[in-house]
Design a binder for this molecule. Sequence first.
Ligand SMILES: [Zn+2]
Length: 568
Amino acid sequence: MPPAPTREPLNKHVGIPQVQPRRSLEPRGERTLHNILIEGGTVVDGTGSLGKPLDVAIDGAKIAQLCKRSEATGAMRIDATGLIVCPGFIDIHSHSEFQLLANPLAESKIRQGITTELVGNCGSSPAPAIGVARKELEGYAELAEVRLDWVTMDEYLLRLSNLKTSVNVATLVGASTLRQCVIGNSNIKAGEDELARMNQLLADAILQGGFGLSSGLIYVPGFFASTEELVSLASTSASLGGFYASHIRGEGRTLIKAVEEAIRIGREAHSRVEISHHKACGRPSWGTVGRTIAMIEEAREQGVDVSFDVYPYTASCTYLDTLLQPWAREGSKEEILDRIRDSQTRERIIHEFVTPTESMEDTVTDTGWENINVMGFSSDLYKRFDNNTIAQIAEAIGKDPAETTLDILVEENLRAIAIFHEMDEDDVVKVISHPLAAIGSDGEAEAPYGPSGKHATHPRAYGTFPRALRRYVLDKKLVPLEEMIRRMTSWPAQRIGLQDRGVLASGMAADIVAFDPEKIRDLATYEDSHRYPEGIEYVIVNGAVTIDHGEHTKERAGQVLRHKSSIA
Ligand SMILES: [Zn+2]
């Protein structure tokens, strides 16, 4: 789409000068004047093409043109000499839905160059907020210290756009959330009427702006959804142009079966499929991603549009209670806590921590208590153990690790978070080196101050994109720079269905990052997680300079992106 003419039509004759004097440095009056000119940098446009020495001109919220040096000028000029200028990064796997309401500056995201976040992943979305879903979402809202004052997707998106965030936000609709709206957290097969109701709620939410369906099949109640139920929902989503992103049913011993299921859902629902944070967890499963990637390639050859995303770390992060078998996590919080307190069920839970069973996705034996760090404590009893391993906490209080885990869950009302060091670097390399991989943080927009800064976090919330560039492009040289940038920009835009972002070209949204390839690196670590990266010099969101010389300008020019079915 050509850009709308601004003050004067774009000079079509640039590059074909009538006379050939030596180009003066400041022929200001003869050059098209734009709002902003990013000059002197190397433009990597996001398509995978090689970098070129071009200037980028911006008018309003759009890119006016990419031009040769000195062909245009700008009311504001940004010196990008020595910098790579590329599209803003698109975080295809984010969980910022509540954190953005708590802190619209999106500090940990914008400072790593992310200009668009896709939230509502892993089966849980901020809307619709009715029934049991509302109770559940109120819990998340409380943790982020915000008030849940919406019901529908439309109301949530309006809330965000009224607030104004520093990044653009798009959302998926969570299959677990839909199930909680209609059925709750019980292990019940959805009846015909219930499934129809879930499909209706899903269609409404997509028509209000959702980009498709997400599932989280290790969580309750996602775990209780049959493949048929997911095919039905994914069909509704696909019929409206949405895609299906899945935290699949298993990432450890059941990884292959879980990938098979995701492919089947894509085939039967005629849906694009995104396998979220693709990985193999637990030592016995290491290396399996070689097989799953081959399965994905084969499915694509057969016409099923499957791909995946990845974060560049060997540790995952989720709620500590995911260590419990799904049967133990069924129902309300009180019911779960009662099972942990009851001596008989408690014994069964402990037995299953270390005993692989048919449905057991992962066992503690595969990971080890010494590789599970716990954080997010609110009780005085455990606060001092922030970011300690279960093995360390158990030793400090003189108890068995399994007993300690259950004590923590009771004391913390099930809310403790855990980092699981359970992946192999070779697998991360295999996944991130593949051309189907998009980069997604799986993290929330956090800040070292405010509610999110109160406890340790996974470093991915701060470092994902700089780390992927530093570690796998600049240091290990596994992926060319232009190709890695494509996996952070145009590729996720294509997967999500964002038509005017992810590529630097005339008429596209002016979401731009300029970074220093010498300096770029992540600083957040597992021990010291709330650290911003280095080397991200400028970030522009919809034409507004939001990071300037590495510092947040407090601009909040992000837009709420609504799926095109909502506008049609
Ligand atoms: Zn997930």
